[in-house]
Design a protein around this ligand. Structure first.
Ligand SMILES: Nc1ncnc2c1ncn2[C@@H]1O[C@H](COP(=O)(O)OP(=O)(O)OP(=O)(O)O)[C@@H](O)[C@H]1O
Ligand SMILES: [Mg+2]
Length: 365
């Protein structure tokens, strides 16, 4: 029995060792469990680099990768796919494309697994072309679908408005039904417009700048959109030592506006909204990222949508389009950042956005 198990373990070990992508696994305490051959080769880790040590030691030459792995350990929503620029000993930059998967046993988190590939120039170009083709096709389909939907919608709107005019003097109930048609048409139009915005390719232009003015602008814009937010207590916790970050100010403001508006909508005019900004120290103490948190002490995120929160069109609001968080995630990932949420019924909600200080050139999203 025992021999059988040893043989099976050896079999699995060989699978991992022989896989055609780099694999690193980390346990819940932040110690490296597995580094396969290709991972050592791509990251140029020397053979002495032993498994079992803390990830910041094993990956001492790749602090950003270590940081992504540590951050992923306490995330509920891992990014689908990301790219990162790494430095190798020969000082030639390389790009790796990676995904991170949780490792869990009976729903209890045990650690994470990083799967990555070295995207050499050729592979990278091919991959980008494929991605661009896919996104262009998707954008085109969204645009023609929107066109097909909008025309009949406009006709319904005109007809219902005419009907409403004719109904002047009719019973209140019939008029209300027609008004409902007009309202729903306007809502669907809004959803189509925001859906199109989401499908469109974005190209953020990153310039290093302080985040406080962007956060303040986002707060003002969100409060203008939700005037009932003026009776909410707003707590600002901005750590003054936070360094400037490479961001596209317009896109990043949009992320914060979406998060703050959601918080104000959850608070319905009562409670506390908190906005924080802090540096994230790397292995040697110097900041390698910044973190922004938008929190509220509202009712929390309904359990049934928690898993698909960042998908487009997921909403629980009567007038919501469900694009806000999907758009926020798309923008943050174009900045090579991470977005995550913790929330529980009656415990409020905290969204966290982490932005690296040294991003790669932005991907063509
Ligand atoms: N701070 C929060 N507290 C409670 N629930 C939230 C919070 N933020 C988001 N949610 C939930 O997540 C859903 C999706 O949010 P998202 O911003 O993507 O769309 P939306 O706000 O419904 O519509 P819109 O496209 O107008 O932003 C919301 O409908 C709401 O149920
Ligand atoms: Mg929203």
């Amino acid at each position: 029995m025992c021999a059988e198990r040893v043989a099976r373990d050896e079999f699995f070990r060989r699978i991992v060792e022989g896989m055609r992508c780099g694999i690193i696994t980390v346990d819940a305490a932040g110690n490296v469990v597995t580094v396969n051959g290709l991972a050592r080769e791509i990251l140029q880790l020397d053979d002495r680099t032993v498994e079992g040590g803390p990830v910041t030691d094993v990956l001492a030459t790749q602090p950003r990768l270590a940081e992504v792995l540590l951050a992923a350990l306490d995330m509920n929503h891992l990014p689908n796919r990301a790219e990162m620029e790494i430095r190798t000993r020969d000082d030639r930059g390389r790009t790796i494309g990676f995904t991170i998967s949780p490792i869990a046993s009976d729903g209890v988190p045990q650690g994470i697994a990083l799967f990555f590939k070295d995207l050499t120039q050729v592979e990278r170009r091919e991959e980008q072309e494929r991605l661009r083709d896919r996104l262009a096709a998707l954008g085109q389909m969204a645009a023609s679908l929107a066109h097909e939907i909008r025309n009949p919608l406009a006709a319904i709107d005109v007809t219902a408005t005419l009907l409403k005019r004719r109904l002047r003097g009719e019973s209140g109930e019939t008029l209300r039904l027609v008004e409902k048609i007009i309202d729903e048409v306007a809502r669907l139009n809004g959803t189509v417009t925001r859906g199109l915005e989401f499908a469109r390719a974005i190209r953020p232009e990153l310039t290093s700048q302080p985040l406080v003015p962007i956060l303040e602008a986002a707060l003002s814009e969100a409060l203008a959109r939700r005037p009932d937010g003026r009776s909410v207590r707003v707590e600002r916790r901005f750590d003054e030592t936070t360094p400037p970050v490479p961001v596209d100010a317009n896109f990043m403001r949009q992320v914060f506006v979406n998060l703050i508006v959601n918080a104000l909508e959850a608070l319905e005019g009562r409670g506390t909204l908190s906005v924080s900004l802090m540096p994230v120290p790397g292995g040697h103490g110097e900041p390698i990222a910044v973190e922004i948190r938008v929190g509220d002490d509202g009712p929390g995120i309904p359990g049934e949508i928690r898993e698909k929160l960042f998908y487009p069109f997921v909403t629980t609001k009567k007038d919501g389009s469900g694009i806000g968080l999907a758009m926020a995630r798309k923008i943050v990932e174009c900045h090579h950042g991470l977005i995550d949420v913790t929330s529980g019924p009656g415990q409020g909600t905290i969204f966290r956005v982490r932005l690296p200080l040294l991003p790669d050139p932005p991907p063509e999203a």
